[in-house]
Ligand binder design. Structure first.
Ligand code: WTA
Length: 649
């Protein structure tokens, strides 16, 4: 057994008290794959339906007709499931604990308050002309109004499209146009790490670019009171609109397959795509996984450190925990402000029992040494979770030992925007942990590994990770482009959903995700398409050609390495590197900041003109000895030139 396969057996107290122990997990998993209809019909009862579904599963992955429907004759409303049904038993229980950027700012919002706020906002949306099927874009700070806005959309059958508050005006414009959004809700400014981000200004710039066909209205939450421009007739204050609304808003009856939200994410080619998630299956998957994977128990404070701009925030800050009547913590700031002890201090302040975060955050803390946690005890913690990228065993052990005081199991959860919820993860009362492995599939999930020709591989092996059959939380389509959906996910390996990830399965059947095998980067757990960054760069006048690859980065997991070929008449200079860095930041957002730029007089291309990224990745990783076969290159000498001037030594 290698060091990497150290095992942390299931703890006795978890086995005794968790929602599932070994036997129950095995039994439920077997039932879920052998009899999906029976299993999901039973599970669907955990939701409140206006009309319970009688048709459970209607799914096919046939490349000519990918058609995914779950509970297709069921009728429900997601906000009713997250709010109304809890009022009787837990109206006064805290639904959301909000922790502001400033450690002196926090508040508790009960289920009743969240319900009333959501209803008011839903009525406000209606007053502004938003109705069933309309798309509302959210470009918001991490404030409770963001969760309310999502739920208010759900209440009236509008479809929300949350755009991460760190994205640039261009990125907002692109997504607003793509979704034909009717209204955008934002704040004057957001506050992160003591700094203001001008959200409303960004929206103004985005809408100037997007034109007048979209977003007739801009709703603005007053977060800081900072100065903003105001466009009469278009802009409205959130506070003014909701103040006059009734706190009663009948919930729209939604078919299980009506869209709940769109969420844009990066792929290996082209512009970001809006994944479409529907109401019944998504909500069920989010709720069920939240209960079992986090072993969530009534009354516990649960904290997912993601932003609502990502799918993790959708499923595990808002929908999953609230559908389960949980208490979910929402943090406006960053883990390093005012000090690196903040995360632990928040755990102590609010008695957090379950902490779900990203490997990059763990590594960033780990880099400061064990003392970084000295300002907190974290005795309330019971379980830890990890998501977004592979967690290296060293970071896993540090997370376990230092943050979790060597007493909390870690659930490493593999999933994607496309999957809606967790797919591969240990249930803490059932599955022995191996640091670095996402372990075993959740109920209803049928993973498999295939070779490049699509042959299914058995036993302990490496391969491309595919899923053989549908699960309720699966994205149904790409908004407005079903062909692209089929092309992206179902054409590579016939009859299977292709994840884009590489994976190893060990002799115990455990899955070890090894990272993307396509041209998608994962930088600090943020997904980015190399093509997006390249197209941003080539739009700069100095750039003739650009190639972007990832390289191993101690904290971020992957860093962004850029090879730039300049156009005639442009000189290589450090100033130009800075300018290109700023260019990309402005065009996409700070998360796309290049880590390394290397001037490349030529790029390694095949005779047919295709850039050989494999070689660029090796050079970026400083693995110049194993470049493999370069004989098919049109001009092999460019490789020597790139190696000689590589920027990452
Ligand atoms: C990666 C985030 C290893 C993976 C929920 C996937 C992971 C992509 C893990 C999806 C994990 C996510 N271990 N890799 N536990 N979780 N990934 O859409 O490459 O932002 O394909 O969804 O993140 O990123 P997305």
């Amino acid at each position: 057994m290698t060091e990497h396969q150290k095992v942390h057996p299931v703890r006795d107290d978890f086995a005794a008290n968790a929602w599932a122990d070994k036997e129950k997990y095995q039994a439920l998993y077997q039932q879920s794959v052998n009899d999906p209809e029976g299993f999901w019909a039973e599970q669907a009862k955990r939701l409140d339906w206006f009309k319970a579904p009688t048709k459970i599963k209607h799914t096919q992955f046939d490349t000519h007709n990918v058609d995914i429907r779950w509970f297709e004759d069921g009728v429900l409303n997601a906000s009713v499931n997250c709010l109304d049904r809890h009022l009787e038993t837990r109206g006064d229980q805290t639904a959301i604990i909000w922790e502001g950027d400033d450690p002196a700012d926090s508040k508790h919002i009960t289920y009743r308050e969240l319900y009333e706020g959501t209803c008011r906002l839903a009525n406000g949306f209606k007053e502004l002309g938003v109705g069933k099927g309309d798309v509302v874009t959210l470009y918001m700070p991490m404030i409770p109004e963001a969760a309310m806005a999502m739920l208010a959309c759900a209440r009236i059958g509008a479809v929300h499209s949350v755009v991460f508050g760190g994205f640039s005006p261009d990125a907002v414009a692109q997504r607003v146009i793509g979704a034909k959004s009717k209204l955008i809700i934002t704040a004057d400014e957001s506050v992160r790490g003591g700094k203001q981000v001008p959200l409303k200004d960004n929206v103004d710039a985005a809408l100037t670019r997007a034109g007048t066909d979209v977003c007739e209205k801009v709703m603005v939450v007053k977060r800081t009171g900072g100065e903003i421009e105001w466009k009469e007739g278009r802009d409205v204050w959130y506070e003014d609109i909701v103040a006059k609304q009734s706190s009663d808003c009948p919930a729209e009856e939604m078919n299980a397959e009506d869209p709940l939200f769109i969420l844009y994410t990066s792929g290996s080619t082209g512009a970001p795509k809006g994944l479409k998630h529907t109401t019944g299956g998504y909500l069920l998957h989010a709720a069920l996984t939240h209960q079992y994977v986090f072993d969530y128990k009534d009354g516990e404070v649960y904290w997912c450190t993601a932003d609502v701009g990502w799918v993790t925030g959708h499923s595990y800050i808002v929908y999953g925990p609230l559908a389960n009547g949980g208490t979910t913590l929402m943090f406006e700031g960053v883990p390093s402000y005012p000090t690196h002890g903040r995360m632990g201090e928040i755990v102590d302040k609010h008695n957090v029992a379950i902490l779900y975060t990203a490997p990059t955050a763990v590594r960033a803390l780990m880099a400061h040494g064990d003392d970084v946690m000295a300002s907190s005890q974290r005795d309330s913690l019971r379980l830890l979770g990890s998501v977004g990228e592979p967690i290296n065993p060293e970071a896993w052990e540090w997370f376990y030992r230092v943050i979790g005081n060597s007493k909390c199991p870690i659930v490493d959860t593999w999933w994607q925007t496309e999957t809606g919820g967790i797919m591969i993860a240990p249930l803490p009362g059932a599955v022995d942990l191996k640091p670095g492995s996402a372990t075993l599939p959740f109920f209803g999930v049928m993973p498999a590994l295939v070779d490049n020709e699509g042959n299914i591989l058995e036993g302990a092996t490496d391969g491309n990770l595919v899923i053989l059959d549908s699960w309720p939380g699966q994205a149904r389509s790409i908004w407005g482009d079903h062909d692209r959906f089929i092309q992206t996910y179902f054409s590579m390996y016939k009859g299977m959903y292709f994840t884009g990830d590489g994976c190893r399965r060990d002799e115990d059947g455990y899955y070890w995700i090894t990272g993307r095998v396509d041209d998608v980067l994962n930088v600090s757990g943020h997904r980015m398409g190399t093509a997006e960054i390249e197209s941003s760069l080539v739009a700069h006048e100095a750039v003739a050609e650009a190639a972007v690859v990832g390289f191993p980065h101690d904290i971020k997991g992957q860093g962004i390495y850029i090879y730039v070929t300049l156009g005639d008449g442009f000189e290589e200079s450090d100033e130009l590197k800075k300018e290109l860095t700023q260019w990309v930041r402005k065009d996409i957002g700070p998360i796309a900041s290049p880590d390394v730029i290397q001037w490349a007089p030529g790029l390694p291309k095949t005779r047919s003109g295709k850039i050989m990224r494999r070689i660029l990745r090796k050079i970026a990783a400083n693995e110049c000895d194993g470049l493999g076969d370069t004989s098919t290159l049109a001009d092999p000498s460019v490789v020597d030139e790139l190696i000689e001037h590589r920027a990452n030594r």
